[in-house]
Design a binder for this molecule. Structure first.
Ligand code: PEP
Length: 251
């Protein structure tokens, strides 16, 4: 039985003061919800302060990106070893990084390997663009993103994955539960092909893309979907708490 995960990706939103205020609005309510893993991923500049507020609670902390080297002359970058001293997770391969910062499967792979090496847990995002879906290439694209990102990784134990169709992110146009379930089943199949049944069965695979308190039920009731990576709705305390509550109710 896989424990569901609800992760909030705040993206490039919230000043330090706004981030701490948002955590204070939801922390006590989130902390009491059992049976679901809760992860907050604020911007780098707020990680330390948010981490301090979450200390002693059941809410876990993640970052939104990292560099692929552990240290060095990379002005402005943040390394996996810096992050592992303050949080447990890091989102990698997000479509916004692929789209706006030119991240390729090869770069995502270097980051994934560095992350595992630094004892951080990656939340690896994959997902097809609209034109890839419309031209029938979605399956091929997603499979190759999975294999590309994990190339050379012996055992991705603890890995969390997120299937995030690009056309559904921030658009209000979520996939249906059935569509997401089918693709997540395919991702699990790819993990089975690469690593065998045990890893495939234990890896949590989330859905992401315009998840709200109104549609979360459609996803978490699907057999293969183990929770959600939530963008916009994670910036609203009441809505995020409701998403987590509904996901816990499935267990
Ligand atoms: C995301 O940031 O990963 C995401 C899915 O965003 P949204 O929920 O806003 O579509």
């Amino acid at each position: 039985m896989r424990t569901p995960v609800i992760a909030g990706n705040w993206k490039m939103n919230t000043t330090l003061a706004e981030a701490t205020a948002l955590v204070k609005q939801m922390k006590d309510r989130l902390d009491t919800i059992k049976g679901v893993e809760k992860i907050l991923c604020p911007p780098f500049i707020s990680l330390a302060a948010v981490g301090e507020l979450l200390r002693g609670t059941s809410i876990r902390l993640g970052a939104q990106n990292c560099h692929h080297e552990l240290k060095g002359a990379y002005t402005g970058e943040v390394s996996p070893s810096m992050l592992s001293a303050m949080c447990e997770f890091v989102i990698l391969g997000h479509s916004e990084r692929r789209q706006y910062f030119g991240e390729t499967d090869e770069l995502v792979n270097r980051k994934i390997r560095a992350t595992f090496g630094a004892n951080l847990i990656p939340i690896l995002c994959v997902g097809e663009k609209l034109e890839e879906r419309q031209s029938g290439r979605a399956e091929k694209v997603v499979r190759s993103q999975v294999a590309g990102a994990l190339d050379g990784v012996d055992s991705p134990r603890g890995l969390v994955m997120a299937y995030e169709p690009v056309w559904a992110i921030g658009t209000g146009m979520a996939a249906t539960g059935e569509e997401a379930n089918l693709t997540i089943n395919l991702i699990r199949g790819e993990l089975r092909r690469l690593y065998g049944a045990e890893i495939a069965l234990e890896t949590r695979i989330l859905y992401g893309g315009s998840v709200t308190a109104n549609n979360i039920g459609e996803f978490v009731t699907q057999q293969e979907i183990d929770g959600a990576l939530v963008g916009g709705a994670s910036l609203k305390a009441d809505e995020f708490v409701s998403i987590v509550e509904q996901s816990a109710a499935r267990t």
